[in-house]
Design a binder for this molecule. Structure first.
Ligand SMILES: *[C@@H]1O[C@H](CO)[C@@H](O)[C@H](O)[C@H]1NC(C)=O
Ligand SMILES: *[C@@H]1O[C@H](CO)[C@@H](O)[C@H](O)[C@H]1NC(C)=O
Ligand SMILES: *[C@@H]1O[C@H](CO)[C@@H](O)[C@H](O)[C@H]1NC(C)=O
Length: 324
């Protein structure tokens, strides 16, 4: 068990991190995240997250696929509310959930984002900001900037008149300021913003705080398969966790609570040492939802790599024009 968990860990599962549970748990003996999870299928950020994750992973050169579906979906939600016609349809399509949600997508996202920010300092520490950058574009309406700031924490910045390099520097400086100089991934993406362009940017520094500490003392070096085999520092802990084994698909599902029960870390692991291609292919929102509902409290020995993971992603979603 120990080595299986250690070797098979999904480095890229951050897609699935955090954004679910808001139940109150600190009093209960077991982490409660699962009871709140049937709503996964109604949640636009999970739906977008899984689709985007799969799209990104289909590029075989991808390494760490790390992004926040909630931040991205919220920023898109802000744009959806203020756009019209084809643009609005396209964004709504991106935020579509498999089941017909009863509440408006924008409201669901706005509430989820609020509780995410409120949980800062309990289950995790984070620095984050979302901005829409425009390049030589007509002025955005005051009601849009006000609404998107208050409901979706989306700010507006204008890019200068300079060339692509100057734009990139401006984005980089913005991210650095948001992350308070914490070491982030270099911004290498080619950004070629023409006049009238709009760039959505999310920056996030996230540190999960364990509910039950993994032992710092009993760390050791172990072989770990990421893109290739490397030696990494492993932390170990045995205890009760929400756990499920999907025998048919040969996948283990483990939910590790973070401090205060406002969030949890979900680990998906193949039974045997293999790269992530098979698991990536399997992943759907429905299966994920089924897995999380199937977990039961089980005694498990966990080994996790101690690591800092950084990544920058640049997505071209086509020109999105704002009706202002
Ligand atoms: C969760 O706990 C907080 C503080 O302990 C309390 O104010 C709130 O009402 C609780 N929410 C639920 C859904 O029980
Ligand atoms: C989270 O809390 C830290 C420390 O209290 C603070 O510096 C940071 O700005 C907070 N993040 C957000 C998004 O509010
Ligand atoms: C992760 O980053 C922090 C802060 O930069 C550093 O103190 C720590 O040693 C790093 N951990 C690993 C495993 O690299």
């Amino acid at each position: 068990m120990l080595s299986r968990l250690a070797f098979g860990l999904l480095l890229s599962l951050h897609v699935l991190l955090v954004l679910s549970s808001t139940t109150n748990s600190s009093k209960s003996p077991f982490p409660p995240a699962s009871p709140s999870l049937p709503s996964l299928l109604n949640d636009p950020s999970w739906a977008l997250g899984v689709r985007l994750y799969k799209a990104l992973r289909s590029d075989s050169s991808s390494v760490n696929t790390l992004f926040s579906p909630l931040l991205l979906a919220s920023s898109l939600g802000a744009l959806a509310e203020s756009s019209v016609g084809k643009t609005a349809d396209q964004i709504q399509d991106l935020l579509k959930t498999p089941s017909k949600a009863k509440r408006k997508v924008g409201d669901v996202l706005s509430v989820a984002l609020k509780s995410f920010v409120e949980a800062n300092g309990t289950s995790f520490q984070m620095h984050t900001s979302s901005s829409v950058f425009t390049k030589q574009a007509p002025a955005l309406s005051h009601s849009f900037t006000k609404q998107s700031q208050s409901r979706f924490r989306l700010q507006h910045q204008t890019l200068g008149k300079g060339d692509f390099k100057a734009d990139l520097k401006q984005l980089h400086d913005w991210a650095k300021a948001v992350l308070s100089e914490k070491k982030g991934a270099p911004l290498e993406a080619e950004i070629k913003a023409k006049a009238g362009a709009m760039i959505l940017a999310n920056a996030l520094h996230f540190k999960g705080l364990w509910e039950r500490k993994l032992s710092e003392e009993s760390t050791d070096h172990r072989t770990f398969l990421g893109k290739k085999y490397t030696k990494v520092i492993m932390m170990h802990r045995a205890g009760l966790y929400h756990f499920h084994e999907d025998i048919d698909n040969m996948v283990q599902v483990l939910e590790a609570p973070l401090w205060g029960g406002k969030a949890s870390l979900i680990l998906l692991m193949p039974f045997h040492v293999e790269n992530l291609a098979r698991l990536d292919n399997l992943l759907t929102l429905e299966l994920l939802s089924k897995w999380l509902e199937s977990t039961v409290v089980t005694s498990v020995a966990v080994s996790l790599p101690k690591a800092n993971i950084t990544s920058t992603l640049s997505l071209q979603v086509g020109a999105v024009l704002l009706a202002v």
